[in-house]
Design a protein around this ligand. Structure first.
Ligand code: PEP
Length: 291
């Protein structure tokens, strides 16, 4: 993920996590993929906050609390990102410059410019200081009729602007109750992930729609099953070795009280957090699952 003024190639993976990291790789485009000696991907986690349509200028005070608590870029063993509304991206990025917190956006148009009133191009988001863009969030899919094809096009547009695409997938409650979860996720992955996806340009977020903002979460066994299926499919879809390094985030009612349990599930490489990212203390409580 690029941040304004930072050469992504100059960012080097941190190897300070205590568990099982024998070597680390040079980051490509800021994505931090690390390998242990056991032929398994050891992946630097990402905890990303999605502020949705929340936050006026005073909300930057919460961001300040976050950066103060987390300190500078060096020493972080977990990547941390906040995706504020478009109106706050530029000031948030400015405020986070030199900190370990990256700024992302929540959506974009697939085109670079043109007659698209009210839309925003990924190039504009990059210009404002974003390093990543969430695409295909279930609220976009439901409220704006976004299809897998549209999400796919947006992800490619995000890359065109040199940013990382955080692609969201997740089943509805009806689909879950009909036993269709794995099939739904498989179809969303096939349709939404462009062929040129790599661990450097994509983060995947599994967000069961019924868990978003409801306080409900799947069992850890259910999360493990879906994340394992996503990992298997990513390994089959992506070019050599990339699928096992892609970060797969879990999202849906993550809070400080359940973060440790959810983040310990195999193939969960971080969290996409909505409500609990609005307050620095709550968000820090989630990040603490990795310390
Ligand atoms: C989200 O919408 O991405 C999300 C995970 O929301 P919440 O954490 O509030 O469930």
């Amino acid at each position: 993920m690029t941040r304004t003024g930072v050469d992504p190639a100059a960012r080097v993976c941190k190897s300070s996590r205590t568990h099982n990291r024998d070597s680390h790789l040079q980051c490509k485009n800021g994505i931090l993929g690390e390998m242990n000696g056991a032929n398994m991907a050891e992946i630097q986690p990402l905890v990303a906050g999605n502020w949705k349509m929340n936050g006026l200028k005073p909300a930057l005070g919460e961001l300040k609390k976050l950066t103060n608590a987390l300190g500078g870029a060096s020493g972080a063993n977990t990547d941390v990102m906040i995706c504020p509304p478009f109106t706050l991206i530029s000031s948030a990025a400015h405020q986070c410059n030199g900190s370990s917190v990256q700024i992302g956006a929540q959506d974009c148009h697939a085109n670079e410019s043109g007659a698209h009133t009210g839309d925003i191009a990924p190039e504009m988001l990059s210009d404002a200081g974003a390093s990543a863009v969430i695409v295909g969030h279930s609220e976009r899919r439901a409220d704006h009729g976004e299809t897998n094809d549209m999400v796919n096009a947006k992800a490619q547009a995000v890359w065109r602007a040199g940013l990382t695409a955080i692609i969201c997938v997740g089943e509805t409650d009806t689909q879950r109750k009909a036993g269709e979860t794995l099939e739904v996720i498989a179809n969303q992955l096939t349709g939404s992930i462009p062929d040129a996806a790599t661990a450097a340009n994509v983060v995947l977020a599994y967000e069961p729609v019924w868990a978003i903002g409801t306080g409900l979460t799947p069992t850890t066994d259910d999360v493990a099953e879906v994340h394992a299926a996503i990992r298997t499919q990513l390994e089959a879809m992506l070019p050599a070795g990339e699928g096992r390094k892609v970060r797969i985030l879990y999202g849906g009612s993550v809070k400080p009280s359940n973060a440790s349990e959810l983040m310990a599930v195999p193939n969960v490489n971080g969290a996409l957090v909505g409500g609990a990212s609005l307050k620095a203390d709550d968000f820090l409580g989630i990040i603490a699952a990795y310390t």
